[in-house]
Design a protein around this ligand. Sequence first.
Ligand SMILES: [Zn+2]
Length: 481
Amino acid sequence: MSTKYETVIGLEVHVQLSTKSKIFCGCSTEFGKAPNINTCPVCLGLPGSLPVLNKKVVDYAMLAGMALSCDIAEYSKFDRKNYFYPDLAKAYQISQFDLPIAENGNIEIETDNGIFNIGVTRVHLEEDAGKLVHEGSIDKSEASLVDYNRSGVPLIEIVSEPDIRTPAQAKAYLTELKLILEYLEISDCNMEEGSLRCDANVSLRPEGQKEFGTKAELKNMNSFSAVEKGLEYEVKRQQKLLDEGQVVVQETRTWDEDLNKTISMRGKEEAHDYRYFPDPDLLPLEINQSWKKEIRERLPELPREKYKRFISEFSLPAYDAGVITGNREMAEFFETVLKDYNDPKNISNWMMGEFLRLLNENNEGPYDSGVSPENLSKMLKMIDEDVISGKIAKKVFEIMYESGKDPEKIVEEEGLKQISDEDELESLVDQIIAANPDAVEDIKNGKDRAIGFLVGQIMKETRGKANPGLVNQMLRDKLMD
Ligand SMILES: [Zn+2]
């Protein structure tokens, strides 16, 4: 009988903080500039230059730490992590080793299999390295160029406890973490531009065993689905080795998106390989109570709390609450509409339906569109008051999205007002009755469904503007006793 294994996963996530200037100098952090434009003696690591800590970076790291329920250290310090690589100008990276700014947090996640609490070991501050540009692939390139624009861009590294048990949980953890950071507005979390990077430690152990198995570190997974696929592959690879009685080697492996497999890169470094020591150029970081208090007051309602509140307070289905709170602006938009229009489910239907469809089509956020919360609530009221039908409203909504116009004005300009006046519809109803003797016969023989056919004909004639309820009633009055 083959052994059953338990998967153990821990994630290390690097997040670029969206401050305007770098962590230890005044250079801009703007992405996409010409190479080596955003540099100065400090971030180029020139001799004699001295780093000065950017306070805003600390504010952001504290916000992240608090949002992840960590303890914020009153005393932390910066250390040099020494290694040589051409993208690292000083041949050391300023990071935090044994006294990180935040520790002992957690993130609650939800998957199809339930709710799980994943521990956050630590959050620490560090600077990013520069970027090497190769001509083609790294192993075939004749030469490599270096761009130091990214050197000194502020990062936080968020390290999870090895509490994750499946690739699906890993994906849920990352999704929740990204959402929290977006709610805090401290990073754009753009994975393509490298603002959010994820490495994973993964190992297997026989079920019931306490000690961890030998782990492999996975790098270079630059999308959530790559993380999930990379981990799934790695679990299978290790399982096969163990089943065959072989050993898993501790090493760093890279996920190759094209080959759909992980490939060994190098043996794993240990902390002592880096010869960490306190950076003598930087003072220790002391955070007093009033600074903590000031930052705590800036914490917004977090996505998980908002999600739960949307379910309990507005009776939204969990699915709706998840979609709406899955984007901070959508959630804010939703609550603004709600101030003026008290039907949460109807608002969420429109936001998840027509609105989200157009936003995705145009790759926009709700506030980039022409629809304002005021105008959406106005339009929903017009439907409720039978000024327009639900069908016509879709047309109004599209025009509103493009033009930003008031829905009342759109209805007037486009002549979309619902016809709810019996006198106005009378002759048309008579015409349709006269033109469809077969349907009339069916109705008289008790086939109710034929009424729907006649209503449809009238809606067609009026281009959707007739009030369908009224038309239905008029037909019944005329044809049924
Ligand atoms: Zn600089």
